[in-house]
Design a protein around this ligand. Sequence first.
Ligand code: ADP
Ligand code: MG
Length: 659
Amino acid sequence: MSHAYHRQLVYTVKDKCRVCYTCVRECPVKAIKIIKSQAEVINERCIGCGNCVKVCSQGAKYSLRSVDEVNALLKSEKKIAACIAPSFPAEFTEIPDHRLLVGMIRELGFDYVVEVSFGADMVAKEYEKKIRNNSGQGQISSDCPAIVYFIRHYHPDLVGNLSPIASPMLAMTRIMKKKYGDDLQVVFIGPCFAKKAESEEVDEVLTFRELREMFQQNNISWENSKPTEFDPPASGKGAIFPVSRGLYFTANSTEAIPEEQVVVAEGRVNFKEAVREYEEGFIRNKHLMLLCCDGCIMGPGTSPGGKRFARSAAVGEYVTKKLASMDKKQWEEEVAEFSNLDYSQDFSPEDRRFEIPSEDKILEALHAMGKFKPEDHLNCGTCGYDTCVEHAIAIVKNLAETEMCLPYTIEKLHDSIKNLNVSNEKLAKARQALKQSEKLAHMGQLSAGIAHELNNPLGVITMYSNILIDESPVDDPVRDDLKLIAEQAERCKKIVSGLLNFARKNQVNLSETDVVKFLRHSIDSILKPDNIEVLLESRISNPQARLDIDQMMQVLTNLEKNAVEAMPKGGKLTLGVEGDEQELRFIVSDTGTGISKEHMEKIFTPFFTTKEMGKGTGLGLALIYGIVKMHKGKIHVDSNNDPGSGQTGTTFTITLPRV
Ligand code: ADP
Ligand code: MG
């Protein structure tokens, strides 16, 4: 019995898969699972057609090998016959004469070398009878083992429609065992993987590629080969079997089978379609000749890169020569000799269809791929499945992954890039802010130091100049000078206290306040010209909040003063308060000149001012910064200083935590 019978035919090589999904696409029964971006052949679903091996450019799939077993057989005492599939002329195109190939095979140690095409001759006769009777039963030809598996596993209801006829390989095996006895070991050599698991009656099955390997191992080449003819029985027309429509040509030998009585479908797309149409009743009363490959000449056990039409021509040429030199009488005698053999073959159903998942589950898988509407179903086939729904079903069945959907993955990639850009921007901004706050912290320390040191001497100057003023006579001309000293010392003290505020280490003194009233009150305490319109906007549901009233009043009035000063020709000053349970936002917005980009970085720096001498101290925003930081709040500035844009202006937003 063949060691390969009922064994796994195709294997996957780990980590070689580069996820092109070509094997998924080429697998007629979707027996390939993609898991963690690696393709894996599922033995239970595989029909051994070998398409995936043929199409994998990475060599990530290989088929069951039989070379070692055949070598062992050849070393044994047993008689061994090599039965060569009729597609051999398509494979060994470099060998000028078939007798050289026969010689090479003998050199390997085979006792007999015969053509399977004699078996095809015999089988074809059975088909001819069957097709002429056209009983409805057995209308699907069973010569291709992958097709037989396909029907048994995936269309078990059609098993009764499989022709109960042995394949040419099996027929030839029976013929050889009849001729030489049951002890004869039969090695079939052909283009097919599925043959390896077709029948227990055949001892071993080699592919043409494996045969080449054995030639190489044994240093056998046609150049040094002794030409010999095939052993009998010699075949006739059966030699045409492996080309497209081969069964039709072979079977159609004595009485004509009308063309319209047969449907020929070859290749993974066509045969499936034909079976479907047959099962649905569209092509009843026809005989279906199905092959999984484009003729056996393109089988997966042939050398890669074969040219389909050149191969077909090579077989044709061989057959023409063969028929021309054929001994018709001897053939007829041999046919007669073996015509009483049993060429029947039974097939049993073995249902391996999986249950289609529920609609909900399929929809869920589709939604996960961003497919909600019919237009989202691109059915582009990139994933290897013909439709998005088939892909979704495979996902539910754990055979496929969502990422296999290219449009979905591209979209996800775009989103990631977008998100990455956004976080990059955020990061840049955060870094900028950090730099700024570090700088301000340094300045704060410095300012606090200076202010502290200056405070005492300034106090002394103020005190003594005031004492001197009090002590000097009213008409003393020195009095005015003393007043000036006292005034300026007072101004210095104000600046110093501003500095101290900026570098504040003071406590925050919270008390419950109505923030709307508070905001309204703040605007009353500053000077504002008539050409400035003030608007108050409240978007807060609970105006009760806890604030340091004195400090926040300073914040608001300073912002309002700045706004007014930015609108020398008048404008609109909008004061807003908003927030929720978590935070509170004060918004001071003007329609003034705006702040340029290069100034924006400096506005919180102590003493930075764009205002003329004596008007601005550059301490307002520095003070605000210090206070807001004390409150664990945030300051946000939005400004537009481009006069061309229609509306210039600045908005300061102060965000404070509410608890
Ligand atoms: P000062 O008002 O004494 O100049 P500030 O610290 O309050 O100092 O402000 C610093 C600088 O920031 C101002 O000189 C001005 O250039 C700019 N600035 C502040 N607020 C505004 C605003 N609302 N519109 C335009 N520029 C502003
Ligand atoms: Mg100011």
